[in-house]
Design a protein around this ligand. Structure first.
Ligand code: NA7
Length: 539
């Protein structure tokens, strides 16, 4: 508990929301509409969350525009016009700002304000929230809308601080334009961010060297301008399309095959994959039901993409280095229209990292795989401390002063990805244990926001001062999540889903992989049964 001085002039709230991304914006709108005193606190100088920070060249969402948007307001759905099949970062940011304008959210958003700590006062049943500007809050409820991919993973490469050139992280890109013209640029990482950035940087840089730890599977996005007629048609059919999407595993409106890839001939499987490849998008892995659960089926998709790489990349040696060998879809599939072809450019070189990874960094370059590379700029496309990173960076303390970092030392433990035992009245939007990053984030966010809002309404109507998941329900949910994950191939490689990209992070499969329909059914049933599995303390 904080001393009286820190909290003396604290603002009293019903709900303090951390983060002004799509989760925080809708949470604020929803709670205000229910008459709650709510406020958003945001570290950035603008709204948009992930899309505020990820401004690297080529940054684009890999979910289609028409489905990467809010559903809660019909007028908003109809009035907003997207320009391309996949939205580029500036357009998504404009959309976030439009939403903040349209629903007059600005007066209740504190920008440039970072939450440092959130400490639960058991006597008063309220959260004491301290920020770096000195503006503090006392709030009955605290809602962490801090994002799944918001805490940058910045590896501790030896000598990084000695590098004399510019260092960028894709997830913390500068706001002013970055000119790579005539420069020798090194990119570390070949995940989704790098796959988008590399073709753009290659257009400017004198020399681009890509340092690859693990080769990625990249399928075409087939991005293109959106035809106005097509857009109008989708908008007219939004209710049915969205209802159908809600019945799918990830809440995506993509066609899903019903057969096993092994039930058809190799030739037929290739033809189906070829059609999916030409159509573009992450739907390729939905062509058959067993790419995600059967290694032999998965190998057919792997071989298909490896052949595409060999066809595209002219230099056989480079092509060979680019061939991924792991299970496809185990790590997040990347989308990109120009990625592999970029390696045909004379100014682009691929360097597979050996076991030792990036060696020493010096003032004018680095050593990797036993060779020295002279560099002017270094781009770290090294991803995020996913799902738990943003929460761990805030000093969150629950009952008896227990730190969340300590409670989760062996991995996150949440009931439904919404709340955690020992931390009453603290909610997370798309937390570990919810489908989150395995689903279409926008409807997933809306689902959580609406569940939390309904829960706060229930607590108010029933005079309940505290809600907290019981340990038994939480343990059962975590065990269920692990059990479902262990039956899939996603469990089998070193992905950020498992925390494997961050040294020292416990290996726990963090998102819930049981699919959106069963997850939403469970959340609804829990609420309908008076918040079954939660402990409720009356005022
Ligand atoms: P990702 O997908 O985590 O990619 C990070 C890349 O950086 C990946 O290739 C990593 O290799 C590599 N990496 C990470 N740490 C290191 C070190 N220490 N040395 C060398 N290489 C390293 O992050 P993105 O930003 O591309 O994408 C994140 C999500 O955003 C994406 O999944 C989409 O959902 C959107 P690794 O594969 O770990 O061997």
């Amino acid at each position: 508990m904080k001393g009286p001085s820190a909290m003396d002039r604290a603002t009293r709230l019903d709900a303090l929301i951390v983060g002004a991304g799509f989760a925080g914006l809708y949470m604020l709108h929803k709670l205000r509409g229910m008459g709650f005193a709510a406020r958003v606190v945001e570290a950035a100088s603008g709204v948009g969350g992930t899309w505020y920070w990820n401004r690297y060249p080529g940054a684009r969402c890999d979910v289609e525009s028409m489905f990467y948007c809010y559903q809660f307001d019909d007028e908003l759905s109809q009035e907003w016009e997207w320009t391309e099949r996949y939205p580029a970062q500036p357009e998504i940011l404009r959309y976030a700002n439009h939403v903040a304008d349209r629903f007059d959210l600005w007066p209740d958003i504190r920008l440039n304000t970072r939450v440092i700590s959130a400490v639960y006062d058991e006597t008063a049943a309220e959260w004491q929230v301290e920020t770096d500007t000195g503006e503090n809050f006392l709030s009955s409820h605290c809602i962490m809308a801090t994002g799944c991919l918001s805490a940058a993973n910045r590896p501790d490469f030896p000598g990084l601080d000695e590098f004399a050139g510019r260092v960028f992280h894709t997830g913390h890109w500068p706001h002013e334009s970055v000119d790579f013209d005539g420069r020798r640029v090194g990119v570390v990482g070949t995940g989704s961010s790098a796959v988008q950035a590399i073709p753009e940087i290659a257009k400017e840089a004198a020399r681009l060297t890509v340092f690859q730890r693990t080769a990625s599977y990249v399928v075409p996005a087939k991005n293109r301008p959106l035809d106005p007629g097509e857009q109008a048609d989708i908008k007219a059919r939004y209710p049915e399309i969205r209802a159908a999407a809600r019945k799918t595993f990830g809440g995506f409106a993509v066609p899903t095959g019903r057969e096993s890839a092994l039930s058809v001939s190799e030739e037929e499987c290739r033809q189906v994959l070829e059609r999916a490849w030409n159509h573009g998008g992450i739907g390729l892995l939905n062509s058959y039901i067993d790419f995600g659960i059967d290694e032999a089926a998965n190998e057919r998709a792997q071989a298909f993409v490896r052949d595409k790489i060999r066809e595209t990349v002219e230099d056989p040696e480079t092509a060979e280095k680019l061939l991924p060998r792991h299970t496809i879809g185990c790590k997040r599939l990347s989308l990109g229209d120009a990625y592999y072809a970029t390696y045909n450019l004379p100014n682009v070189e691929l360097v597979p990292l050996g076991e030792d990874g990036i060696g020493r960094i010096v003032a004018d370059g680095l050593t990797a795989a036993g060779k020295d590379y002279r560099l002017d700029d270094l781009v770290l496309a090294t991803g995020f401390d996913a799902m738990t990173g943003a929460l761990a960076r805030i000093d969150i303390r629950g009952r008896n002063g227990l730190a969340l970092r300590k409670a989760w030392a062996a991995g996150p433990r949440m009931y439904l990805g919404l709340m955690t035992n020992g931390f009453p009245n603290l909610f997370t939007v798309t937390g570990p244990g919810s489908p989150s990053v395995l689903s279409n984030m926008m409807p997933t966010i809306e689902h959580h926001v609406e569940w939390i809002a309904a829960c706060l309404g229930f607590l108010r109507d029933n005079g309940i001062r505290e809600i907290e998941p019981g340990l038994a329900a939480q343990d059962a949910w975590v065990a269920h999540g692990n059990e479902v994950a262990s039956r899939t191939l996603r469990y089998t490689c070193s992905s950020w889903y498992l925390g494997a990209n961050v040294p020292g992070k416990p290996r726990v499969f963090m998102p819930y992989i049981g699919g959106m329909p069963s997850y939403m059914k469970k959340c609804a049933a829990v609420a309908a049964a008076g918040y079954e599995g939660f402990e409720l303390t009356p005022a």
